[in-house]
Design a protein around this ligand. Sequence first.
Ligand SMILES: Cc1cccc2c(=O)nc(N)[nH]c12
Length: 366
Amino acid sequence: MAENFSFKLTATDGRARRGLVSMPRGEIRTPAFMPVGTGGTVKAMYMDQVRGVGADIILGNTYHLMLRPGAERVARLGGLHDFARWPYPILTDSGGFQVMSLSKLRKLTEQGVTFRSHIDGAPYEMSPERSIEIQGLLDSDIQMQLDECTALPAKPNEIERAMELSLRWAERCKTAFGDQPGKAMFGIVQGGDSAALRVRSAQALKAMDLKGYAVGGLAVGEPQSVMLEMLDITCPELPADKPRYLMGVGTPDDILKSVARGIDMFDCVMPTRAGRHGLAYTRRGKVNLRNARHADDPRPLDEESDCPAARDYSRAYLHHLVRSQEGLGAMLLTWNNLSYYQKLMQDIRAAIEAQAFEARAAEITE
Ligand SMILES: Cc1cccc2c(=O)nc(N)[nH]c12
């Protein structure tokens, strides 16, 4: 495996990119979908199943893990990879987004955020430095800067204030992270739905010469057209030779349209959360297994899938499990959904390679 963190582009199709991130713990084929493992577990999945469906990297979360079981405890136990038995790369979000969406009595200042745990009300503070320290204690491979994500719609001056604070926090995170060759710290572009603020944020982060760049502050309630417009504005400002990660996105359609605009990495709770709520993603669209019409249907979700959850169980059985609130229902549907998402990414990667090959072949025949 690689000594350091590196990213190389292996094919392009217009603005879509096929690439490879190489790190000491493994390689990440891009475009990549990262299953969300918030509390050190991809809910309702064994880690060898997560690997089996084709995931190269999973997400962990600073906010949840600092509250429970505690970052210092995870460090004493050998770090998140040993704790959760996932030896491959892990990306951790910095916690700010979750503080603002989950915690109580939070107060945000230049220094950082103070808040009370949504679990037991205990007081905490999270500065850029503490966030990087926690991600280090977790032994995270890709660490996110602490940022302030503005929910949309928002006033322009509010978006600007949060974007500029996030830039100052990016500098502090870069300083706190220092030089860790086998790991990476990504900056997060903010700026809401303002083209000018997105450009300013992206250019300022580019000047910091970070190892990767996330686009944050999207998938927070804005229409897809606004999200895509912000990608059209932001991606061209980011360095072509660094990975681009669109946070919290998204549906299969969101992913396709975002890959076409130059995004390399995605994460979203949709496939795992939907699985726990009886919803299955299939090549023919979404299937709600709670619906009574499946009660006598002997067909599997997808007889051509190589995922046992999609191929070996009848819709009638899945309907029964979901209606009976049996744990196996969430397990099988999550397995199906993550398999669907990874197959989508595999098809996207192949399509970019094929198109690039076509373009190259056309050049050669000219
Ligand atoms: C998880 C997530 C989703 C969506 C947006 C964001 C964001 O802007 N910043 C962070 N740190 N995380 C995000």
